[in-house]
Every structure is written in C-alpha cells, then in structure tokens.
Design a protein around this ligand. Sequence first.
Ligand code: ADP
Ligand code: MG
Length: 349
Amino acid sequence: MIEDKNQSKTDLGSLGEFGLIDHLTKNFTVKQKSTIKSIGDDAAVLDFKDKQVVVTTDMLVEGVHFDLSYMPLKHLGYKAIIVNLSDVYAMNAEATQVTVSIAVSNRFPLEALEALYAGIKTAAGIYNIDVVGGDTTSSTTGLLISVTAIGTVDANDVVCRSGAKPNDLLVVSGDLGGAYMGLQVLEREKEVFKVNPNNQPDLDAYTYIIERQLKPEARKDVPKLLKDLGIKPTSMIDISDGLSSEIMHLCKHSKVGCDLYENKIPLDPQVISACEEFDIDSTTVALNGGEDYELLFTISQEDFPKIKANPHFSVIGFMKEEAAGMHLITRAETSIPIKAQGWNPIGDE
Ligand code: ADP
Ligand code: MG
C-alpha cells in the first residue's frame, strides 16, 4: 500500500460496525426520484413506475483485480462503481442506484476506507446515482468490494447481446488498449520503485493511458447519443475483458459470425507509442487487453449514415452468417480466426 508516514491511522475496531457504516455513508445524499428509502433501514425502497429494471453485480478482490501498491484507494472506490455502471449502460439503460458491500481486514485504518468511500462518492456524483445500501464485514487478509448497480430502461429500448444479424455493422465507442498499456507502465514503475525508492518517475507521456487504468469512465453518454441519433443497436456489450472476447460473446449469443478489420480498430497515439516502447503489438493489446469499458455494439446497415462521421464511434467490422466464423482481417488482408484471450484472472468468470 502507498504509505504516508504523516497520515493519521484510526483503528477500525474503535468505531464498531454501525459506527463505521454511519461514518462512511453519512455524506451520501439522495438524487434520484426513484429512491424512496436509502441507507439506514433493513432494505432500500425504490419506485420505477412503468420502467424495466436492470440489475448487475461485480466483485473486485485484492490481489486478483487490483493491487494497492499502485492503485490508490480513492481510485479503487471510483473504479468499483464504474465497472458496474458500464454493465448497466451496455443494456442501453440509465443507471440509478448502487449498493456497495465491503469485506475488510484490520490492517486497513479508517482513513483507508474514507479514501475508498471518497472515490465511491465522487463516482456517484458524476454519474448521478444514489448509494442506497450495502454490507460491511471483516476479511482475514485482503480487501473485497462487491457493487450491485440498478438501472432503468423503457421496455422497447433494452439492448441484449443476442440481437445481431448478418450484415449488421460492428461499432465501438472511444478507443481501445489504453487501460492495458497504462497497467504496463504502472507495473514497470513498481519494479523501478522496488530497486530505487527515491526515483521519481516522469509519467507525463503516459497520462492518458494511466488514467484509463486508474480512473476509467463508463460510457453513460452512449445510450443517449444513440437515442439522439435515432439508432437502436441490435446488440451491445461493454468491453471489460478485451475486444476479442466481447466479439465472441456477441457472436455466440446472436448466433452470427463476424469480420473485424485490424486497420479500423481505434487506438490513441499514447497507446501506439507505448506499444512501440514495450515492443507489444497494438492489435493484440486491443483484442486481449481489456478494462477499457467502452461499448461494443451492432447496428443495421441502414443506420450507417447516422453514425459514420461521429467522432465517438468507429465502425470496425460487420457480422456474417454463423457458419462463416469470426475472423480478424489483418492490414495485410489475411484472415485470422478470433480467439478468446481476454484478461481472465481465474480462468472463467
Ligand atoms: P443488516 O444487519 O440489516 O444487514 P446493516 O447493519 O448491515 O443491516 O446495514 C445497515 C444499513 O447500512 C443498511 O441500510 C445497509 O444497506 C447499509 N450499509 C451497510 N454497509 C454498507 C456499506 N458498506 N456501504 C453502504 N451502505 C451500507
Ligand atoms: Mg448487513
């Protein structure tokens, strides 16, 4: 953990469980009309009128999903919310509430949890969601955070993984590979720091990719952008594990094949230069890196004019019959089968 010798350290045991919950959540305010009853009772009460409700959960485990030696706790709290909201937006829904459950060992002082909750509160503010509950328990070793996100969507607007048709265009928001290359830089600096703790790294050339790793954003704007453009995607998924694994999910659930064009994959210049520096192939990074939290979706061909000049979106391929399989069409115009190598800490998620 990043140690600050001057920081005060309050033992968690001194507050007790209820004192701790109260302390961490006392500044959370309710913003959503649908939140009738928030933290403090046996359960939250929500009222969504005639909307459909989407619910999703993700768990982050220390040593598996994050490393506190370069992940400040405030960023971790922020990221724990973002990864869940991303799943809500991937259903073409609007996120409204989250619950946050933590298991924490007594090696963490109160100040560490305050930092974690500061990140959670920042994300809740930016994404306009309410933290309406959670659970707090102890862990013998590491830190564990489980977030459940809730959102709403009109029944007609729900977009699943299963609706893609042959000839639909494959589209991605933003750019890919940044989070993975940011992690490479952070891991290298961690090794340098171990050898020489006085070394102050100059990370200016990597600000975008480090931010993509430490402070990812979820594409709250995309469902709205698409609605304003008059487009309902035929299928959609968020990119948590890497482009290849997400394409495979869309193809499998939609029973289609796909051609992905290598030269269409959007990459930020910092990703390209970091790939050169680390001698890693940028396409491999986009395909397998993960944690970019962009949205990958398919649209029908007739919607192409609505999207083609939009700076938020890149058309990167098109869907085919299932029997055609899934292929990457390289810059040299060879066709390579797409395989799943998504970042996968326990083999299967
Ligand atoms: P119970 O004993 O009924 O499970 P708790 O004492 O665990 O209730 O929780 C009391 C209230 O505080 C509930 O509203 C719960 O949702 C909320 N809460 C507990 N832990 C957290 C947390 N880590 N973050 C946000 N809210 C929490
Ligand atoms: Mg409880």
